[in-house]
Design a protein around this ligand. Structure first.
Ligand code: NAD
Length: 262
């Protein structure tokens, strides 16, 4: 499925995006790697197989007003894009009462508006080609919520609203949408998470550290993409929350109250 395709990955400089880049580089496809730090993207590229078929395109998802220019650049590398993997993002760890509204805004700008603006800028290309696949990495926190993550849950839930609509509007254009909802994955996500005053948590939390290794997560993610699943929930026991939310929401509420850690 991936052979010969042009696949654009955001958040490729670390964690899930880095593991994904390395796994896909073995699949004989052409890759475009994006995140903010060019040096880190070049490092990932150099550590990939077939690095001749890889381009780096640094940009900041928070600059969501300038996505047309970024998309034109991306298309110019290989003449087309087949798949955009919207993986870049940040998290948050703080109670609502101690979280500045500027933190909610930042999460919405990076996780929601940046991803939506990039996808909207690429959409005409997919429509013209009568083909394209948007893969968006949200979170189990995009399907149900937990304390200390209100801004993150808001932004990730919103992505489901947007991409479910996109999937419905573009069936006739053969455009696919796959939403990937990770549980805990052992990456830098909690270190980079914002606390209430907008500074970084700078600490690895236990749940994240004990989560799936990015390479294992990515294996499962690629299977879900190949099957063109609408949604995939990938993690350990925490994925049970999806079914509790649907069938026993009050039980889920009690479970999360008991188990939520800061
Ligand atoms: N690790 C987990 O437990 C977990 C759980 C659920 C969802 N996720 C999601 O997985 C995705 C990848 O995160 P990760 O776990 O690999 O974390 P990570 O911090 O290791 O990687 C995040 C990536 O996003 C990029 N990024 C952050 N802000 C950006 C910006 N303003 N502009 C451009 N790029 C930016 C970073 O540079 C990095 O490449 C995120 O969307 C995250 O919300 C992770």
């Amino acid at each position: 499925m991936f052979r010969g395709k042009v696949i654009w990955i955001t958040g490729a400089s670390s964690g899930i995006g880095e593991a994904l880049s390395k796994a896909l580089s073995k699949e004989h496809c052409n890759l475009i790697l994006s995140a903010r730090r060019e040096n880190e993207l070049k490092r990932v590229k150099d550590e990939c197989d077939n690095s001749g078929n890889i381009r780096v395109l640094p940009f900041d998802l928070a600059n969501y007003q300038s996505m047309d220019e970024i998309v034109s650049k991306a298309i110019s590398f290989f003449g087309k894009i087949d798949m955009l993997i919207n993986n870049g993002g940040i998290s948050q760890r703080s109670l609502i009462i101690e979280t500045a509204i500027s933190v909610d805004k930042k999460l919405m700008e990076i996780d929601y508006l940046g991803t939506v603006a990039l996808s909207k800028a690429l959409l005409p290309h997919f429509i013209e080609n009568k083909s394209g696949h948007f893969v968006t990495v949200t979170s189990l926190m995009g399907k149900f919520s937990s304390p200390y993550r209100s801004s993150y849950c808001g932004a990730k839930h919103a992505l489901h609203g947007f991409f479910d609509a996109l999937r419905l509007e573009h069936v006739q254009d053969n455009i696919k949408v796959t939403m990937i909802c990770p549980g805990f994955v052992n990456t830098n996500i909690s270190r980079n998470a914002l606390i209430g005053d907008g500074t970084k948590l700078n600490k690895q939390d236990n749940a994240t550290q004990n989560g799936l290794e990015p390479e294992i997560f990515v294996e499962r993610m690629l299977k879900a993409i190949k099957k063109q699943k609408f949604e995939a929930y990938i993690g350990k026991g925490e994925t049970k929350g999806i079914y509790l939310k649907r069938f026993f929401p009050k039980l889920l509420h009690r479970v999360i109250l008991k188990s939520a850690v800061r």
